[in-house]
Design a protein around this ligand. Sequence first.
Ligand code: PMP
Length: 400
Amino acid sequence: IFSQVQEAAPIEVFNLVKLFNEDNNPSKVNLSVGAYRTEEGKPYYIPVVKKAEELVLQDTVNHEYLPILGFEPFTKAASQLLLGDIIKRQEEGTIFGVQSISGSGALRVGGEFLVKHLNCTTFYYSTPTWENHHLVFMNSGFKEAKTYRYWDEEKRSIDCNGLYEDLLNAPEHSVIILHGCAHNPTGLDLTEEQWKKVAEIMKERELIPFFDNAYQGFASGDVEKDAWSVRYFLDQGFEFLCSQSFSKNVGLYNERAGNLTFVLNSVDKIKAVKSQVTMIVRGMYSNPPNHGARIVSTILNNDELKKEWLDTLKIMTNRIKNMRKVLRENLEELGTIGKWNHVTNQTGMFSYTGLSASHVDYIQEKYHIYMLRSGRINICGLNMNNIKYVAEAITDALKN
Ligand code: PMP
């Protein structure tokens, strides 16, 4: 029965992690996967997460199923972290969250809802975007994937006019995937003025916003600031969906803790919407996992733990900012071909370096430094022990 199955191409980022793990070269550096690393190059088990986890274990008396839409203290706190002071609207019921299998699962459930119940057929994502958007939304049932311009290769900045033009030409009711902050992979976010223009066009063209918020706190170090774009759309009266991930900002990658927020403008349809999301979840995985959501809920619903988490986020983002600065300094000192100000202008985990696929291949082969062939590097993989080596490798690649 399996005779006609064809092998699919490997997933680039997971394949790079495998190659990196198998590489015995002592100088090897992993700048591929989007995961935080400490100054020692190690994964980070955030201390407040450990504390919260102990509390969760103490409280656990059984492993009964969670409700289909998830653990409410978690979804409420998560939606509130995203949208700010929305308790009244949560009570009225016009905003609600659905616990999801992290950010990816929120996108998948939200995508399927839009196709099945709003009859959406077309979605747009930025060029470039997170490589999984295409697959997740196509698997949700959309008929057509389209792109809007974002990265200006020559200027190494955002192609705003291209972006506006593409949105203006998008058919009504197209779903527009917007990175709330810390755009992956470019590390470039719109300014407030630019967001306002995007909102204006989207309102005029009746486009449907689907925010993807996988890095709240990782752009500026401040969760409130990083939520500006989403909250602006809320203030402007949009109805929209927003996915949230706690993989990066709480370091819960493999616990799959996420939330999908629905924002509606009236209560009339809330019951219907909730019931249909329930059906989607029920038919996909029946109900969500407990552990990660409990950890996040314990942190967000406790002032002391939340403060500790927010402080840690600042420490993590400061380390990233410092690595950007040091990388740029090293590249400039080495007289590396090209300009490197984009490295410090970008935010979040990633830098879109401008290196070509052949540069990336050269660097991997000669220096055992692993990065995506788009030239995206995870800045978190840098530390004071490897940063000069990485800068030298980039300098060498650009000479060849
Ligand atoms: N959206 C973007 C833009 C991402 O970069 C990621 C993680 N790489 C996700 C969503 C989803 O991540 P997760 O499923 O781990 O929450």
